[in-house]
Design a protein. Structure first.
Length: 211
């Protein structure tokens, strides 16, 4: 609404020479909405109902690295090392860490250097995205591949990960893009307080009263 009014008054000023009251108005503060993510129970359920070794490996990969689906599609056997993956994305090529559980899962999928194979051959980006959506539907969850990217980032931060390493893993050019995952909801704040409070982390028992 504010943008529409500002555009109208700017037009009226140019067209008719009338004063523009919008120049004196500050834009309203927009509340930053957190990306929708899965909680740990939903992640466990999603992996439990995954159909087949390939789909489970794909889900594990996305939840462990936060890769975009196009970046996951760019992977081959040659780009998977012992501790890292080399991916090609919107910000160019980058190397990111990967967990041993995911590396083990990836060893059981694909044909030769090709990781993602379906009944008709190598899967396209669209085919991989469809596989993720099918898995989410099986778990009763609406969404697509980017939901898993958001989930990785959110759980990485709430587990104690720092925003700078997360920026590098996700391949964000601007740190401000990554910082949106730092904004915690109330339950996250409660959990972090229980984990890091200097009182909560120590066993302060009720002292014995002096007689």
């Amino acid at each position: 609404m504010f943008r529409a009014l500002r555009t109208f008054y700017s037009w009226a000023e140019r067209r008719y020479g009338v004063p523009n009251p919008a120049q004196q108005l500050a834009p309203p503060h927009r509340r930053q909405l957190l990306p929708r993510t899965l909680n740990t129970d939903q992640v466990d359920h999603l992996l439990h109902v995954a159909a087949g070794r390939r789909d489970r490996a794909l889900l594990l990969l996305l939840l462990d690295t936060g890769l975009r689906i196009g970046e996951a599609s760019s992977l081959s056997r040659h780009t998977v090392a012992k501790q890292t993956l080399t991916v090609s994305g919107k910000t160019g090529q980058r190397e990111i860490p990967v967990s041993p559980q995911v590396l083990q899962a990836l060893t059981g999928v694909g044909v030769g250097p090709v990781l993602w194979v379906g009944p008709k051959g190598e899967l396209t980006v669209s085919g991989l995205a469809q596989a993720v959506r099918r898995a989410l539907r099986r778990a009763g969850i609406a969404g697509g591949p980017h939901l898993l990217r958001h989930t990785f980032a959110r759980l990485y931060i709430t587990a104690g990960g720092d925003v700078f390493s997360l920026q590098r893993i996700l391949g964000h050019r601007q740190i401000e893009t990554t910082k949106r995952y730092v904004h915690l909801d109330l339950q996250d704040v409660v959990n972090q307080h229980a984990r890091f409070s200097p009182i909560a982390r120590r066993d302060y028992r009720q002292p014995r009263l002096l007689q």
